[in-house]
Ligand binder design. Structure first.
Ligand code: ATP
Length: 365
């Protein structure tokens, strides 16, 4: 196992496209790090540079303290687990796991191969399936066979590139748990690429958020959620996404399109000398005023709004509330919104209410 250190890593493709722009990241030995970001942000490129499938244009990559920029993929001792698992359908589980060892042509005796396969199968709880063919395995078991092949090679780290993106939602959930469980059990350094924020939030010790080839923030899932460093991270992490609304300072209040919020010391400190700010409010930080009142909760800011549509999901009820932003404010906001290319400015609030809320489509609540 090994630490992976990226220092100012750059990638320019032959056509001149600058896909990765100075990424520095320290991945500790045994750590599980997720690379996440929208399509085209450079996360696969970064992973492929680590594994050696793509040249590094500039910067330094170290694995286990040693510079590996110039090393061939096979000499880096990393194991890439692909989306389709790349299992051989005509080979049994045991033969599939043993495959990389047989490729080394005589480096291992039959007894050594048997022992390595036994160890991997035990670690991955595949002992009872060793004689089966991949077609007779569940998706989760196939994933484990693919990991088994990485284990027998004594890989220093696992690299996953969107391994679950082809699966249906239910299987994806199961496999996610499985990967987390296996990684914790083996304690192998893991780098995992996804654009799925549920995977990002649930799997990793730390999450690295990329945008247009640049690292935005590297932090624990909780820290990303609670303390995003910019609008992009704030809007990318969280589902439904954080609401962004304009806030205008007016005396001792912050005027939102639908409510006036008294300025607390904390708000005042965060706003500083600005007159106009973008206010981020998580959907779950709203609640149904009627329910709050019934349960004796007071405080907070109360407002009335017309509910456009509701979605009842069993555990939550999402309500969509349109709001208007004055034209003059909109112009100034677009300047503040450089982080998001204008995408952050929404015209409706998404509000997550308790599932027993009685708010329905078309209500004034
Ligand atoms: P996705 O989630 O869609 O797979 P990604 O974040 O993994 O996206 P990459 O595959 O790393 O994105 O690609 C990053 C950028 O580099 C994209 O804009 C892509 O078009 C570009 N790119 C990838 N490969 C090449 C190439 N061989 N030549 C030129 N540009 C490339």
């Amino acid at each position: 196992m090994a630490a992976i250190t990226l220092t100012d890593i750059q990638k320019r493709y032959p056509d001149g496209f600058h896909a990765v722009k100075g990424v520095s990241l320290d991945i500790a030995d045994g750590e599980f790090v997720i690379l996440v970001g929208p399509s085209g942000c450079g996360k696969s490129t970064l992973l492929r540079m680590i594994v050696g499938l793509e040249d590094i244009t500039d910067g330094e990559l170290k694995i286990g303290g040693e510079r590996v920029n110039e090393k061939a993929p096979r000499d880096r001792q990393l194991a890439m687990v692909f989306q389709n698992y790349a299992l051989y359908p005509h080979l049994t589980v045991a033969e599939n796991i043993a495959f990389p060892l047989r490729l080394t042509k005589g480096q291992f005796t039959e007894a050594q191969i048997r022992e390595k396969v036994r160890f991997a199968a035990e670690t991955l709880e595949l002992q009872d399936h060793l004689e089966r063919k991949p077609a007779n395995l569940s998706g989760g078991q196939r994933q484990r066979v693919a990991m088994g092949r990485a284990i027998v090679r004594d890989a220093r780290a696992f690299l996953f590139d969107e391994p679950l993106s082809n699966l249906d939602a239910k299987l994806r959930g199961q496999m996610r748990t499985e990967i987390a469980r296996m990684q914790r059990r083996m304690g192998t350094t893991t780098v995992y690429v996804t654009h799925d924020q549920t995977e990002a939030m649930t799997l990793g010790d730390r999450v690295a958020v990329l945008r247009k080839g640049e690292l935005q923030q590297v932090a624990s899932p909780r820290a990303l959620y609670e303390h995003p460093v910019n609008l992009f991270v704030a809007g990318f992490i969280g589902s439904p996404p954080m609401n962004f609304v304009p806030g205008e300072l007016s005396g001792d209040t912050l005027r939102l399109p639908f409510a006036e919020v008294p300025l607390t010391d904390d708000l005042r400190r965060r706003i500083g000398s600005r007159q106009l700010v973008i206010v981020g409010i998580r959907p779950e930080h709203f609640e149904d005023g009627t329910v709050a009142q019934r349960q004796g909760r007071t405080g907070g800011v109360t407002f009335e709004a017309d509910v456009d549509v509701t979605e009842w999901l069993g555990s939550d009820l999402f309500a969509y509330i349109p709001f208007e932003t004055h034209e003059s404010v909109r112009g100034k906001l677009e300047e503040l919104d450089r982080d998001l290319d204008g995408e952050g400015l929404r015209t409706q609030l998404v509000v997550a209410l308790a599932s027993d809320s009685r708010v329905r489509d078309g209500d004034r609540a």
